[in-house]
Design a protein around this ligand. Structure first.
Ligand SMILES: *[C@@H]1O[C@H](CO)[C@@H](O)[C@H](O)[C@H]1NC(C)=O
Ligand SMILES: *[C@@H]1O[C@H](CO)[C@@H](O)[C@H](O)[C@H]1NC(C)=O
Ligand SMILES: *[C@@H]1O[C@H](CO)[C@@H](O)[C@H](O)[C@H]1NC(C)=O
Ligand SMILES: *[C@@H]1O[C@H](CO)[C@@H](O)[C@H](O)[C@H]1NC(C)=O
Ligand SMILES: *[C@@H]1O[C@H](CO)[C@@H](O)[C@H](O)[C@H]1NC(C)=O
Length: 801
């Protein structure tokens, strides 16, 4: 079977003449021979349905000769003849078995052409050629009819027919492909091919037990990724006249992942700050599954799968918030393939996670936190858990940073130890340590240090208690102590000596360190000094809390009053509290104007916010205290509210015009002043002591304000500026003119000039009487000019009462 002899055309016939050396030797036949002379055999092949030319040399051997008759025999039966003596188609005859499928072709081909060959055409034919002159010639031609085998069918080892794709198998698997071919005459050759290379062959002569079909098995062991997409072809052929029958399958394989890699490896990470990490795996088919793990914990974080085409690559993004516990652990990116049992491959990253330091404080090892006394030395340690390590640790006591100060007994050693030498009870409280690194500051939970000490009075000064006979007074004794006091002890010192108070008469509130004694003086003897002592674990109080019991009295008035925030309508007043007479007091501020009471304000403290006073009014403020024993003396002083910042009224202008006429009145006024002075001279002795107008009275000042509700209130000599002269308003004794030195109110300035005698000395708490003339009705009045100077009011608090 030399390819050089091959002509291949699908469904076309191919005639191959194999000439043996004797083929050209014409056997010399005797003239007129009827004898069938054995001659050489020419083989001609054709596939079923094909065509073939059965050769038969019809050239006359000599030039003057010519062909007479060609007869074809099969098995010595004539099946076809061609008679040159008959013209046209009638010269051709064929047997029924050939029908119209055969036709003699003249020179130069000189062959019997057979079409549509069937298996029954397989035979040895003889061609007899008769010439006019020359002897008859015979040729023998064998027609081989080839039956093509069926198209191969491929099965897997389980007998399932495979078309197109085989698999998918797992990488590393063994598998078999069985190619089955049926039919074919002659017996076909079956082959497994991969590309051009032959993997297995079943030769035509090889025996197979099955009848009618031939099978060839291809066994593939350990399929590797190189086998992926390999095309295996089963080929069956039994003739070169036709292309081999072929069936191909393509191999599909599952491949395990080859590489896995955590891509972004930037470290350190920070606790609580979202981190993004990529992991890439390649080589798997279909794409591998990527999972992230820390230890045995799978990270649930959002994972995005990305298949990068053409690179068999899968990427996964881990978005994850590191936690402190992750530091030092291994982060694993795991690529696996569910088709394989042991396909998992991993990439690991040891985590370096920064976090804010965590600090924890502890007392020195040998210290008993419940037994720290004043004078002890105390040690603290600070345990710091930090990454990166803390570069600094600071200590705080009740929120105040402690500095290293060996002289005061504060010693900081290393970064994490604090020693306090010879502690005092003031060093009790909350201690913290704070460690810092690049991530921030971590403060320890506070550690409470308690120092055991004996009770101490919460208030140092000796308290005066005013107690009325037969009336209960509550005396409260408050002590500081740690641990809280267990017992209290009260003693009374009086002229009779020192007596312990019956415990039934006082209550004890250990938790707050308070004992309240309900004390009822029965007789004068019961006044004296009360002392209270508490006792706790550390011992008994050394210095007792002392209370002086005095008979309750009415209070002393407030003193040292100061005016703030003076406006055109309001003012704020603050005074100091005087002795309260041993009882709780209320404090009253009354504001009086000429026409009567303006504001009456009562308060439990010596602070008043006085409102709605009216603009530019001369006001008298009376301040006193009251308790259940009675009222204090009064103190009073005058104030003028600021003018309203408004355009001048017509009345004011009118007054200015009138003043021009005032010169006429000048003489009358002069007379009035003289009369006034004369009057003062007679009255001064009687009344000077009745007035105390002070901004700075104290409880030691014995002079008192003019008593209210005394007959003097209606002193006829003190005629108020009030128009209602006949009436006696309460308190009628106040008639106030406050000199106004503000230049813009020229009327007042002049009024003042006329009011004061130039020779009158003006000084604080100095009272003088001056005669003045009443502008409106011309009546003479007595006026007491009181000049008070306080830091605030000095500028214009000159009153003429
Ligand atoms: C991806 O798969 C193809 C075949 O499908 C292969 O030729 C190639 O080498 C693979 N690439 C990688 C990175 O695994
Ligand atoms: C009470 O009197 C005693 C002696 O009578 C004296 O020792 C003690 O100090 C007095 N206590 C007070 C608080 O005055
Ligand atoms: C109260 O006034 C008196 C007498 O003017 C003065 O000595 C004392 O210092 C004042 N006290 C205060 C607290 O202002
Ligand atoms: C004065 O006024 C201011 C602001 O209204 C207020 O804060 C302050 O308490 C007032 N002063 C007094 C003594 O009332
Ligand atoms: C002012 O109020 C107090 C207490 O409310 C009262 O005792 C006092 O009489 C009042 N003063 C006047 C003048 O009404």
């Amino acid at each position: 079977m030399h390819p050089a002899w091959c002509h291949q055309t699908l469904f076309a016939f191919t005639l191959i003449a194999i000439s043996t050396p004797s083929a050209t030797q014409n056997t010399v036949a005797t003239a007129g021979s009827e004898l069938v002379v054995p001659t050489t055999l020419t083989r001609v092949s054709s596939v079923i349905g094909g065509e073939a030319d059965l050769p038969c040399d019809s050239r006359p051997p000599r030039g003057n000769d010519s062909l007479l008759l060609v007869v074809w025999y099969r098995d010595e039966d004539p099946v076809y003849s061609y008679d040159t003596r008959e013209p046209g188609p009638t010269g051709h005859w064929s047997d029924d078995s050939f029908g119209g499928r055969v036709h003699w072709i003249d020179l130069p081909t000189s062959a019997l052409h057979v079409r549509d060959i069937g298996s029954h055409d397989r035979a040895i034919y003889r061609c007899r050629v008769d010439f006019q002159v020359s002897p008859t010639r015979n040729y023998r031609v064998a027609l081989d009819v080839v039956e093509l085998p069926s198209k191969p069918v491929i099965f897997d080892e389980f007998g399932n027919e495979i078309t197109g794709v085989v698999g998918p198998y797992n990488e590393g698997d063994d598998f078999k492909l069985i190619c089955t071919v049926t039919g074919g005459n002659p017996m076909p050759r079956v082959q497994w091919l991969q590309g051009d290379s032959v993997l297995a062959t079943l030769g035509p002569g090889e025996f197979q037990p099955t009848v009618g079909s031939r099978s060839l098995t291809l066994a593939v062991t350990n399929a590797t990724r190189a086998h992926l997409s390999s095309v295996y072809t089963c080929s069956a052929d039994n003739t070169i006249l036709s292309t081999p029958q072929r069936t191909s399958v393509r191999l599909d394989l599952y491949l395990r992942p080859l590489t896995v890699e955590i891509l972004s490896r930037e470290q350190p990470l920070s606790v609580g700050r979202k981190a993004e990490l990529w992991c890439k795996t390649t080589g798997a088919r279909p794409p591998a599954t990527i999972t992230w793990w820390i230890g045995d914990t799978r990270l649930d974080s959002v994972t995005k799968l990305m298949d990068v085409d053409d690179r068999n690559e899968t990427q996964s993004l881990l978005q994850w918030t590191p936690q402190k516990a992750h530091n030092g652990q291994e982060l694993t990116c795991r690529a696996e393939h569910d088709k394989f049992n042991r396909s998992t491959i991993e990439s690991k990253l040891t985590l370096n996670i920064y976090y804010v330091p965590e600090a924890r404080m502890h007392l020195g090892a040998k210290m008993n936190p419940n037994d720290i006394e004043e004078g002890d030395d105390v040690y603290f340690g600070c345990d710091v858990d930090a990454n990166p390590p803390a570069y600094k640790v600071i200590w705080e006591h009740n929120g105040i940073v402690l500095q290293h100060n060996p002289v005061n007994g504060v010693i900081l050693t290393g970064n994490t130890n604090l020693a306090l030498r010879n502690i005092s009870r003031h060093q009790a409280g909350l201690y913290t340590c704070t460690a810092s690194n690049v991530e921030g500051d971590g403060k320890s939970p506070p550690l409470k240090m308690q120092i055991v000490y004996r009770p101490l009075c919460r208030k140092r000064e000796i308290k005066l208690i005013g107690a009325a006979l037969q009336e209960p007074s509550m005396v409260e004794c408050e002590v500081d102590a740690f641990p809280p006091p267990d017992t209290f002890e009260w003693t009374l010192n009086n002229s009779a000596g020192s007596i312990k108070v019956d415990p039934e008469r006082f209550t004890v509130n250990s938790k707050d360190g308070i004992s309240i004694l309900k004390y009822i003086p029965v007789s004068d003897v019961d006044y004296g000094t009360l002392a209270c002592r508490a006792t706790n674990l550390a011992g008994q109080q050394v210095a007792p809390c002392v209370y002086t019991l005095l008979p309750a009295t009415h209070p002393e008035p407030p003193h040292n009053c100061t005016v703030y925030n003076l406006t055109d309508d309001s003012l704020d007043l603050i005074c100091l509290i005087g002795y309260e007479g041993g009882l709780s007091c209320t404090y009253i501020a009354e504001v009086w104007a000429n026409e009567g009471l303006v504001v009456n304000s009562t308060n439990t403290a010596t602070v008043w916010n006085l409102r709605r006073l009216g603009a530019k009014r001369h006001l008298k403020i009376v301040v006193y205290a009251a308790n259940s024993r009675g009222r204090s003396e009064h103190i009073s002083f005058t104030v003028e509210t600021a003018p309203r910042l408004a355009p001048r009224t017509e009345a004011q202008e009118a007054w200015e015009v009138n003043w021009a006429v005032g010169g006429v009145l000048g003489a009358a006024i002069t007379v009035a002043i003289i009369l006034c002075l004369a009057l003062i001279a007679t009255r001064f002795k009687h009344h000077s002591t009745n007035y105390e107008v002070s901004m700075q009275s104290s409880k030691n000042q014995k002079t008192s304000l003019q008593k209210r509700n005394t007959p003097d209130d209606c002193n006829p000599d003190l005629i108020p500026l009030s128009k209602d002269i006949g009436d006696c308003p309460k308190p009628p004794e106040y008639s106030t003119v406050v000199a106004n030195t503000e230049a813009k109110n020229s009327g007042s300035v002049h009024s003042l000039a006329r009011t004061h005698s130039p020779t009158t000395p003006l000084s604080a708490q100095n009272t003088e009487l001056q005669n003045d003339r009443n502008n409106t009705n011309g009546l003479r009045t007595h006026r007491e000019v009181v000049t008070t100077r306080t830091p605030l009011l000095a500028a214009h608090q000159e009153s003429c009462v």
